[in-house]
Design a protein. Sequence first.
Length: 493
Amino acid sequence: MSTYSRSHLLRGLLFALVLLVPTVPAAGRIFQDKEKQPTGEDLFKKVWKPNKAEATDLGDGLGPMFNGISCIACHNQGGVGGGGDNIANVQILTVLPRQDSRRNFRLDPVALEMLFEQAVKLHPDFELQNSVILHRSSVLNEAYGNWLKSVFEFKSVAKTSGFLSNIKLEEERGRLLTETPIHRVKKGSARDRYTIQVSRRNTPSLFGVGIIDKISDQDILALESTQKETDGPVKGIASISDNGKVGKFGWRGEQSSVAQFTSQACAIELGLSNADHPQARIPLSQSRRSQQPRHDISKSEIKKLVDFVNSLDPIAVRPPKTNHESELFREGQEQFNSIGCAECHVQTVGIAQNVFSDFLLHDMGPELADASHSIMKKVKSFPKGNSQHHFEIKNPQRWQTPPLWGSALSAPYMHDGRANSFHDAILVHGGEAATSVDKYKNLKPFDRKLVLEFLQSLGDDSTGGNEELSPEVHGWSIPPKRSRRGRLVRKQP
């Protein structure tokens, strides 16, 4: 790729951040009637707004950093609380250490110390981790725009590459792995050079999370033990969150409960500080936490949101219209099981029936690797102000198995939304799933179609569809195209 092309590639990324910025509403609150207390659903649909600076008895409202102006702006596929199209993807900014002579990233303590010293000058939230959210917008647009320009004054750009062959399916797989690249930029001098990387995350569906929340840690750890003892490449591991519990939410199982997931999303995605999580800081800010006099969203409001999200039922399986269609669905699931998909996409886990997940982290191969949040700086404090720290390295190729219930209504697929269909999603699997992908490719075309028909049955849109949103609510300048029945317009091969 020429220097000119690389320059336009990154410039396009920056333009995308600007073009897809949610429209910032005028200052003020949407619920002015103090006698009417908003419900959890009201809060989920609420268009948040920045408060006026002179309103010292309130938090600062929306922002100062935010990705959307409402929960439903991102969670709307298949109805209120569903997944999101790629337009709502979260951008992640990651720093990586300098490379050795073999182009491998150096992970020794000296290199990592140098990395964090440099990174924290770029953004204060790099203090303890190697990734931060690259927000779409800020209430301080000019200052944020200047910061973005300073970050992307780059020398070179490299993008990840897949592999190609003469076989048609391999060509498709290679295309899918490369058309949504991870963008990388070299920074720093020759002595302390480091790399910044921009990747993305697709918005997950919230349907059924209340049931998932009730799955016991023992049920998931039992699946981990079973996979460990069996022959074969599938060896999932449980994600243990900071509170010592099994993580079941997030693409890498970062959160162990719906409450934890919700409070973090409010703070990071909307900039709503709360008792459980500080809002995202403005780049170059020196303050670790917000200095505002009170939180933007109260504990009682967070609880209402959590209760509402927990009340969202899983989307039911689409009922077959004829006995013949019922037989096709059954045969499709048999093929799904025979090629090994059910080893990770377990149909029932604990009380969650038809969830099709094991909630374990699996190595998906180098083509799906993403080093975001893979390096953590752990600090231990001692009396008299002394402290020591060490670095924790996580496997960048591991991803948690997403539940498949309702997935027919939640395209695109994979952690970064690179797959527009189930067929595409299967082809980009790698690592522990490589054997299953090979079996899928070796199926007869009709049998592959059966697998896809079964997957397409995992979501009944006959009783509803995507929530109809006005631009004032979703905030996007270019809403995704949708079909008459509400399902995103996606074609299976």
